[in-house]
Design a protein around this ligand. Structure first.
Ligand SMILES: Cc1cc2nc3c(=O)[nH]c(=O)nc-3n(C[C@H](O)[C@H](O)[C@H](O)COP(=O)(O)OP(=O)(O)OC[C@H]3O[C@@H](n4cnc5c(N)ncnc54)[C@H](O)[C@@H]3O)c2cc1C
Length: 510
């Protein structure tokens, strides 16, 4: 690996996150091509990164982008935080290490919308290639791949109680949500190896660092793309306070994440023409979908229980068990999830209701939200944070799904399985429908899974085509969570790693 900038590369990958690390590692397997990986943050070497229990501590440090939403109109005008990883590994270096592939119907819906090659049968072999699964054998899982995945070692008894509580509401217990059946309640798959975080850095980037044809620049923030005519020929970035450029003879691949990628496109003149003109940016390509279609899994944080015995420290990542279910018959896959948090969790406006730290939480989520928001540039200065409007709970359908999810979670939390732990339900407790809706608006927050701002597809709003090429521009692809047309019905890291693998495969084949 080199850290010295050459004049020209075959490929430039912008952003060393969940997808970018995979891309850099896979593309540099061919010793005849030169690959440059540019990352705005620094290294991932820090005890809080390595320790899976300390992920929340990283969110207010220099290893995270400190983004916020604009006031959320349908959530009491609250401003929500939007932390994103800013270091090698991106969000996988500070996330909760939960590994969920998504439901088969998520990918089949992508394919049905025109994204040929992205159906479940297409992506399954990629997941199998990625995984090194250490749980119950199943022909659907991968063995020997770069990503160590296993059930939690020594789960916390309160997580086990959550799995037991499935019986109380007639849900099945599931051994592995990434195998045949996702619906039910079970312990989660985690990317923790020997008690330490096992991210895309350990799985993909570190093994590639011995290669001479891979250059990795850290603390290098990309400001814009260099475009000649309709071809992307390189990038401009700032390192050590100086703006510099690097050129790519084959392709630039944006993997700067759901916020970074659309912002780089817009600053480069690729986006909704009238919006770019308003910002006095020369229009290179009028692509109205750039920055649109922003959505996230809204999470109610949360149904909190005071614990009558000392809860002790969280085990592993503190998020070891989950439930997936459908709110109504006829859906192709689960539209709600709940996670058991081995700690108290409340939005700032409700935090003073918590009696002490000896609380656990059941947090319900909407998996297939209808609400859509956007990301817009606040200025042309790449140092300025954009305007992020995730527009939580702007659709009644999301409120309706959340109401069902809360009811189910409260029934699980009140069940016999929790007798040893439950002192009392602190909030929300039994409320009228209207009061519960107020509670939802006060307590909805991010589950850290925003996607969709450079949507893949074949319609007018698509930013990239199914080969992830930016429409109308040669030599440019986007490959990260921003390309998901619709969010998967589970945590978004595994699908993003899969997107990185698929992008690399398509680039190598072309
Ligand atoms: C706190 C938290 C907890 C989460 N927990 C889980 C979980 O347990 N399981 C799960 O599945 N998902 C989880 N997620 C979500 C998941 O990690 C992300 O969806 C996924 O990592 C996104 O990958 P990405 O490649 O799209 O972007 P990222 O991983 O965000 O990578 C983008 C990279 O690009 C860099 N970058 C951005 N702009 C520029 C620029 N201009 N120039 C150069 N570099 C730039 C960033 O610094 C970053 O390193 C969590 C996320 C967070 C924030």
């Amino acid at each position: 690996m080199s850290q010295v900038l050459e004049k020209a590369y075959d490929y430039i990958v912008v952003g060393a996150g969940s997808a970018g690390c995979v891309l850099a590692a896979r593309l540099s397997e061919d010793a005849s091509v030169n690959v440059l990986l540019i990352e705005a943050g620094g290294s991932d070497t820090h005890p809080d990164v390595a320790d899976p229990a300390r992920w929340a501590r990283l969110l207010r440090t220099e290893r995270a982008w400190q983004y916020e939403t604009v006031p959320q109109r349908h959530c009491d005008n609250r401003v929500d935080r939007v932390p994103r990883g800013k270091m090698l590994g991106g969000c996988h270096s500070l996330n909760a290490n939960v590994w969920v592939r998504g439901h088969r119907s998520d990918f089949d819906a992508w394919k049905a919308s025109g994204c040929e090659g992205w159906g479940w049968e297409d992506v399954l072999r990629l997941y199998q290639r990625i995984e090194d699964w250490h749980g119950t054998d199943c022909e659907l899982r991968g063995k020997g791949g770069p990503m160590y995945v296993s059930p939690p070692a020594d789960p916390h008894p309160v997580a086990t109680a959550f799995v037991e509580s499935a019986r109380a509401i007639g849900l099945p217990q599931i051994d592995d949500h990434n195998a045949k059946e996702m619906e039910g309640v079970g312990l989660l798959n985690l990317t923790i190896k020997d008690g330490r975080r096992h991210s895309v850095v350990q799985a993909y980037l570190q093994p590639a660092m011995t290669r001479k044809n891979l250059t990795i620049l850290t603390h290098a923030e990309t400001s814009r793309l260099l475009i000649t005519g309709s071809r992307c020929v390189g990038v401009e970035f700032e390192q050590n306070g100086h703006l510099t450029t690097a050129s790519a003879s084959r392709e630039v691949i944006l993997a700067a994440g759901v916020i970074g990628s659309p912002c780089i496109l817009m600053r480069s003149g690729i986006g909704l023409a009238e919006e770019l003109k308003r910002m006095s940016i020369d229009v290179v390509s009028d692509l109205p979908g750039v920055g649109q279609n922003l959505h996230d899994h809204p999470m109610v944080g949360g149904i909190n229980y005071e614990c009558k015995v000392p809860l002790g420290a969280p085990h592993n990542n503190g998020v070891e068990a989950a439930m997936w279910w459908k709110t109504r018959r006829g859906l192709s896959g689960p539209d709600i999830q709940a996670v058991l948090l081995e700690f108290p969790y409340a939005t700032p406006v409700l935090a003073d209701r918590l009696p002490n730290a000896n609380c656990y939480t059941i947090a319900p989520l909407v998996m297939r939200p209808a609400s859509r928001g956007s990301i817009r540039l606040a200025s042309t200065n790449f140092k300025d944070a954009p305007l992020i409007d995730v527009n939580f709970m702007s659709c009644d359908a999301d409120i309706a799904a959340m109401l069902v999810a809360i009811d189910m979670c409260r029934d699980m939390g009140a069940s016999e399985a929790f007798t040893h732990f439950r002192q009392r339900e602190v909030m929300p407790r039994k409320l009228s429908r209207n009061d519960l809706i107020d509670f939802i608006r006060m307590s909805t927050t991010t589950c850290f899974h925003p996607v969709g701002t450079c949507k893949m597809g074949v319609d007018r709003d698509a930013v990239v085509d199914p080969t992830l090429k930016v429409r109308g521009i040669e030599g440019l692809r986007v490959a990260d969570a921003s390309i998901m047309p619709t969010v998967t019905s589970g945590n978004t890291n595994a699908p993003t790693v899969m997107i990185g693998e698929k992008a690399a495969e398509m680039i190598v084949e072309s």
